[in-house]
Design a protein around this ligand. Structure first.
Ligand code: SF4
Ligand code: SF4
Length: 353
């Protein structure tokens, strides 16, 4: 029986940054030498529309998958989930350089979160690993991690096959148990041949839309009330969805600031927490910019209201200020924990430096 091969997809950076292209090319060149990998390249994951060949290819893969992109792992995972590419979250050992310190390592702030609604639909029994290409600047680190993942996936498949065989032992005529050879689970991308590299890499126009992290979202629907551009809706079970993604206003992250669970990701926004970094990832940074620069640092809600008003006016509509869709929790409840680096970036923006 042919061994199944692990699918590895590299999502290119938007634009043609030479340093990023060089890293992408050296990773792909090295991975192509690996016998048990099926490697392909698509344009920036976030930009793939529903009809793009790269998206159709991703949807056709049935087994375990590794996706390398210039996005935070959480952002890439939920982006894929939204596109119907579902699976269990595969934990990577590759971490951002700041997480690798030992003695003085910054620690994530534990966050008590209410019960999330979780992903929709059936989750297939496979793992999706999303690696952030910003986590190392040498291809060797990514190649080593993909190799480790390939071994982990193979071990998992073999263990499952053994469990299955033990539960249903084939019986010989004499009533003896027959050892079943360990079979590779299906999952190799048989359909890869149907997608030419040229079609996979067809240019994709830039897009901008929110991605919901259903492992955090509690379906409070505050984003639905807040957005006045018809981006959000609910499905047949009344669960929040991004219904009209492309109606979102380019560069606007307003609703991510009002989500009580920090479940709304704009994968390409400049602030790490809004772009999908784990909260508290740079928790050691303590800078009070209002003291340093004497600026007036607004809170998240007023920033969101200003951003939404700006887009309303750009659309030829009237600003509404804090009169429509303002989450009630904001009246009494303090903001949830916010990544310090994210706050730093926002504060610098508000100071106009
Ligand atoms: S505001 Fe956040 S938690 Fe509430 S429904 Fe929207 S994404 Fe989910
Ligand atoms: S960023 Fe603005 S336009 Fe886009 S979904 Fe949120 S509130 Fe709506």
């Amino acid at each position: 029986m042919a061994r199944s091969r692990l699918t590895v997809v590299l999502s290119q950076a938007p634009g043609k940054h030479p340093g990023k292209r060089s890293l992408e090319e050296s990773i792909v060149a090295a991975l192509l030498m690996e016998p048990d990998l099926e490697v392909s390249v698509v344009p920036n994951l976030y930009d793939l529309g529903p009809d793009h060949t790269g998206r159709l290819f991703l949807g056709s893969v049935k087994g375990d998958m590794v996706v390398l992109s210039w996005l935070y792992p959480r952002a890439a995972f939920w982006l894929l989930d939204r596109d119907g590419v579902k699976g269990q979250f595969g934990e990577t050992k590759l971490k951002p350089p700041s997480d690798e310190d030992d003695g003085e390592a910054e620690t994530d702030t534990p966050v008590d979160r209410p019960q999330p609604i979780g992903p929709t639909g059936d989750i297939p029994d496979r793992h999706i690993y999303t690696l952030d290409l910003r986590d190392a600047n040498k291809h060797e680190a990514f190649v080593a991690e993909v190799r480790r993942i390939a071994t982990e996936c193979r071990d998992r498949r073999e263990a499952k096959a053994r469990e299955k065989a033990a539960a249903n032992p084939p019986v010989l005529q004499l009533g003896l148990s027959l050892a079943t050879p360990v079979a590779d689970a299906p999952g190799s991308p048989d359909t890869l041949a149907a997608f030419s590299p040229e079609a996979l890499l067809a240019p994709a126009g830039r897009r901008w839309y929110p991605v919901i992290d259903y492992s955090r979202c509690t379906n409070c629907l505050e984003c639905l009330d807040f957005c006045l551009f018809g981006v959000y809706g609910v499905d047949s079970l009344e669960r929040i969805i991004t219904e009209n993604q492309d109606q979102c206003k380019k560069g606007c992250p307003a609703c991510s600031r009002v989500c009580p669970q920090q479940a709304i990701i704009f994968p390409e926004y400049k602030s790490p927490a809004i772009a999908g970094a784990e909260t508290g990832a740079v928790g050691g940074l303590k800078i009070d910019l209002s003291r340093l620069f004497g600026g007036d640092v607004g809170d998240a809600l007023s920033a969101a209201v200003q951003e939404r008003d700006r887009e309303l006016v750009n659309d030829g509509r009237s600003a509404v200020g804090a009169t429509i869709g303002i989450p009630k929790r904001q009246d009494s409840k303090p903001q949830g924990p916010k990544d310090d680096l994210d706050k730093l970036v926002d504060d610098l923006d508000s100071l106009g430096l």
